[in-house]
Design a protein around this ligand. Structure first.
Ligand SMILES: *[C@@H]1O[C@H](CO)[C@@H](O)[C@H](O)[C@H]1NC(C)=O
Ligand SMILES: *[C@@H]1O[C@H](CO)[C@@H](O)[C@H](O)[C@H]1NC(C)=O
Ligand SMILES: *[C@@H]1O[C@H](CO)[C@@H](O)[C@H](O)[C@H]1NC(C)=O
Ligand SMILES: *[C@@H]1O[C@H](CO)[C@@H](O)[C@H](O)[C@H]1NC(C)=O
Ligand SMILES: *[C@@H]1O[C@H](CO)[C@@H](O)[C@H](O)[C@H]1NC(C)=O
Ligand SMILES: *[C@@H]1O[C@H](CO)[C@@H](O)[C@H](O)[C@H]1NC(C)=O
Ligand SMILES: *[C@@H]1O[C@H](CO)[C@@H](O)[C@H](O)[C@H]1NC(C)=O
Ligand SMILES: *[C@@H]1O[C@H](CO)[C@@H](O)[C@H](O)[C@H]1NC(C)=O
Ligand SMILES: *[C@@H]1O[C@H](CO)[C@@H](O)[C@H](O)[C@H]1NC(C)=O
Ligand SMILES: *[C@@H]1O[C@H](CO)[C@@H](O)[C@H](O)[C@H]1NC(C)=O
Length: 469
């Protein structure tokens, strides 16, 4: 066994010193979501029972929700209003929210999605997708839907929204659906959205879908669907900015969080990116997909994603970027830090040839730009493979930086990398060839979020550190 050389040791210590200095700059307040919604202080409040709703799990209450919300519209310019849903099982079809509304679910209140497809009207496809996500044409409207809104709160004392998605899943599996399945919650073109302290069960399709939104906070929610339920993503910020997701537990049949921004030529033309996305304290599992995914629909661009304090267990993939020729767009400035993995098949996976196009009109020469992705401080046990990181032949993914990653890996081939370029330090098992260049000191500025103050620090301290040796 060879002892590390003085030089190697000095380098490790230099890196350690930089990061110790660096970490004092990263001050997390207990909450990283800023929001201005005032869930508790709406001056007016009505109970859904005042509009004839019956919480027996059988009576259909769509009209009661619609009437209550129509009535509360008159308080929109008076500080807004709260719609209180007491304990009970409130069956309903899709309904529409309004601005300055708080939908409040008390403990033991359950909103149940109707099992009759007629109660989920079909609306036009999203312009950035050009068609329904799974079938051409329109799509069923979300159970809880809102469009062109400002200041909307969906919260409560751990109430539950249960989409009763099983009928949708079986109709999806036997291919008898006419239109794309509905989301559980969709806010479209809205600003100032807060979703908090609730449990979401069994969504027909993606669970929470903010699209063309700004200033969205999802805090302290639990999202659960069977591990084999099709496409039951947890939270999908889509062409949205300033989205903050914090203290969530998610266990579903697809990606736990998937950041998106439109699909091929439709997403490119619409051109609305997802940016400024914060994920903090996320725990979850998915047997089929990823803990945090970006794409595969990313044609409007995705940037400035910061995810920290993450724990994925018993899962297929932890971090995944999915894209394809034809997507165009970009994924840049992604920072993932402090992630703990247990029993994960693939820790890091980038796929450049994902395929899956809306139609034949996509432009195969529209290549995505994938750059400045930093993943650091990862510990994993019972991981099968560390990284399957595949770029695109004529479109290398660049400045992929891995720092301080320790995985107990069972595969004899822990890394498989192609058409990527980047740097790494303190990674075990030893990284693949394209990432072997050192981050510190000279490539620090090529790596997202490892530069800036860090670089000036390294310049200041390097002399001193080297001299002391
Ligand atoms: C978004 O909502 C605003 C009003 O809140 C409206 O003026 C605008 O036209 C809407 N845009 C789309 C694409 O729906
Ligand atoms: C939202 O705004 C768009 C664009 O102005 C408009 O076409 C649409 O009817 C509005 N929808 C609602 C529900 O207000
Ligand atoms: C999360 O929500 C539950 C109820 O759903 C509540 O008991 C708990 O205090 C909340 N935690 C935080 C950090 O808000
Ligand atoms: C919230 O409700 C869910 C489902 O009813 C339950 O599993 C969970 O333990 C509850 N959480 C809290 C903090 O009460
Ligand atoms: C598809 O599944 C639904 C729901 O389980 C069932 O009602 C229907 O008969 C099935 N159709 C076919 C063609 O298998
Ligand atoms: C969520 O629950 C916590 C703990 O009870 C409370 O402090 C917080 O205000 C709640 N959030 C909302 C939006 O009601
Ligand atoms: C890392 O994340 C875990 C939660 O997964 C948390 O308990 C721990 O405090 C975090 N460590 C740091 C240094 O923030
Ligand atoms: C490496 O990451 C672990 C957590 O995964 C952390 O405790 C440790 O301080 C990190 N080391 C450096 C040099 O940053
Ligand atoms: C990795 O896992 C194997 C099998 O579970 C175990 O024997 C070994 O001690 C572990 N190594 C480390 C460094 O934790
Ligand atoms: C690595 O990936 C390439 C391309 O995807 C594949 O052909 C090769 O078999 C993989 N090697 C291993 C050891 O998994």
């Amino acid at each position: 066994m060879s002892r590390p050389s003085r030089f190697q040791l000095a380098n490790v210590l230099l890196v350690l010193a930089l990061f110790i200095s660096c970490s004092s700059w990263t001050v997390w307040s207990s909450s990283s979501c800023k929001h201005t919604n005032s869930a508790e202080v709406r001056p007016h409040s009505v109970s859904i029972t005042e509009f004839g709703a019956v919480g027996d799990g059988v009576t259909l209450n769509t009209k009661a929700f619609q009437n209550a919300i129509f009535y509360l519209n008159s308080f929109a310019d008076k500080g807004g209003a709260k719609l209180f849903v007491p304990a009970g099982r409130w069956l309903t079809g899709s309904f529409d929210l309004i601005s300055h509304l708080t939908l409040w679910l008390d403990n033991d209140a359950v909103i149940l999605g109707s099992m009759d497809f007629e109660d989920w009207p079909v609306i036009e496809p999203l312009p950035s997708y050009g068609r329904g996500r799974e079938l051409p044409g329109g799509r069923h409207r979300a159970l809880i839907y809102g469009r062109n809104l400002t200041d909307v709160v969906i919260a409560g004392n751990n109430g539950t929204v249960d989409g009763q998605g099983s009928i949708w899943w079986s109709r999806f599996r036997n291919k008898t659906l006419d239109y794309t399945r509905p989301h559980m919650v969709e806010l479209m073109n809205s600003t100032g959205v807060l979703i908090s302290n609730l449990t979401f069960l069994n969504s027909p399709f993606w669970t929470i879908h903010p699209v063309y939104c700004s200033q969205v906070a999802v805090q302290n929610v639990t999202i659960i669907a069977p591990l084999d339920s099709p496409n039951t993503d947890g939270i999908d910020p889509d062409s949205s900015d300033h989205v903050c997701i914090e203290d969530c537990y998610i266990s579903t049949g697809d990606d736990l969080i998937a950041i998106k921004s439109g699909w091929d030529e439709y997403g490119i033309a619409y051109g609305r990116p997802s940016t400024d996305i914060i994920i903090n304290r996320l725990v979850g599992k998915t047997r089929t997909s990823a803990g945090i995914a970006i794409g595969s629909e990313m044609s409007g661009g995705v940037s400035d994603v910061h995810a920290e304090n993450i724990h994925f267990f018993d899962s297929y993939t932890a971090i995944r970027i999915k894209t394809s020729p034809g997507r165009g767009g970009y994924v840049r400035n992604v920072y993932i830090s402090n992630m703990t993995l247990s029993e994960v098949d693939i820790a890091i996976r980038f796929t450049g040839l994902y395929g899956d196009h809306p139609d034949d009109a996509f432009d195969p020469s529209a290549l995505p730009i994938i750059e400045r992705i930093t993943i650091k401080d990862v510990i994993g046990e019972k991981v099968e493979r560390a990284g399957l990181i595949e770029g695109i032949k004529e479109d290398c993914f660049v400045n992929i930086c891995l720092f301080n990653i320790t995985l107990n890996v069972s595969s004899r081939y822990p890394w498989n990398c192609s058409y990527i370029q980047g740097y790494s330090d303190l990674v075990s098992p030893e990284t693949c060839e394209p990432l072997k260049g050192r981050i510190f000191p000279e490539h620090c500025s090529d790596c997202y979020y490892l530069s800036g103050h860090l670089r000036s620090l390294s310049n200041e301290h390097r002399g001193a550190w080297l001299m002391s040796w």
